[in-house]
Design a protein around this ligand. Structure first.
Ligand code: GTP
Ligand code: MG
Length: 200
């Protein structure tokens, strides 16, 4: 996929700040520190367009990136970086602020073309499973991506990926794309799914 341009547009702290819905949106959801911002940079071939941090809880707003590609079906859209869930060290007040924002965004957003749910290849939690169930209950069928795939040793890989299916309670046949923002493994496959979404 050729990226023609990618730019940060806006950081939204309340639903009133969401854009008017003029462009399709693809949102990236997942636990704090799972690698959402890194995946966005990797997809866009950029180093630090989305802010990455070793400290969980880095992204605290709904951040929109406007992306233009060479593909006619995806010539312009917003890639949306969301705050992570499930990070206990963030103060309760801060979490109380962003959980409703995340929910408002995912539940009500008309222009949402697709949702990508990230889980970490080696650590799938109950909350990941609950999030998948919740997303499905509100009508999303997220693409599931297993991040930090570079951390799986070749010998652990098959078992590791099977474990994710098991922990998420999804069947062996369901699509799960291993991804690494270090090696760019999975990048073309994820873009392929985005293109499919845009066509339908
Ligand atoms: N080895 C490896 N590390 C990664 C990968 N993706 C992200 N990381 C690391 O994981 C940490 C968190 O990455 P972020 O992209 O900031 O995670 P996030 O999901 O945006 O986190 P929040 O904004 O806090 O919710 C950083 O230290 C990244 O360098 C990957 O594919 N491989
Ligand atoms: Mg982030």
């Amino acid at each position: 996929m050729k990226i023609v341009s990618a730019e940060f547009i806006r950081s939204c702290l309340t639903p009133e700040q969401f854009p008017p819905g003029d462009l399709a949106e693809i949102a990236v959801v997942g636990r704090s520190n799972v690698g959402k911002s890194s995946l966005i940079n990797s997809l866009l071939h950029r180093r630090d367009l989305a802010k990455v941090s070793r400290t969980p809880g880095k992204t605290r707003a709904v951040n929109l990136f406007q992306v233009s590609t060479s593909d006619p079906d995806l010539s312009m859209f917003y890639l949306v970086d969301l705050p992570g869930y499930g990070f206990a060290k963030v103060s309760r007040d801060t979490r109380a602020q962003w959980a409703p924002l995340l929910e408002a965004y995912l539940a009500d957003r008309g222009p949402l073309l697709g949702v990508v749910l990230l889980v970490e290849s080696r650590v799938v939690t109950d909350q990941d499973r609950q999030t998948l169930a919740w997303l499905r209950s509100i009508g999303h069928n997220p693409l599931i991506v297993a991040t930090k795939a570079d951390k799986l040793k070749p010998s652990e890989r098959v078992r590791g990926l099977r474990n994710i299916h098991l922990h998420l309670g999804i069947s062996e046949g369901e699509l799960l794309i291993p991804y690494s923002s270090v090696t760019a493994e999975g990048r073309d496959r994820v873009w392929g799914i985005f293109k499919d979404w845009a066509k339908t």
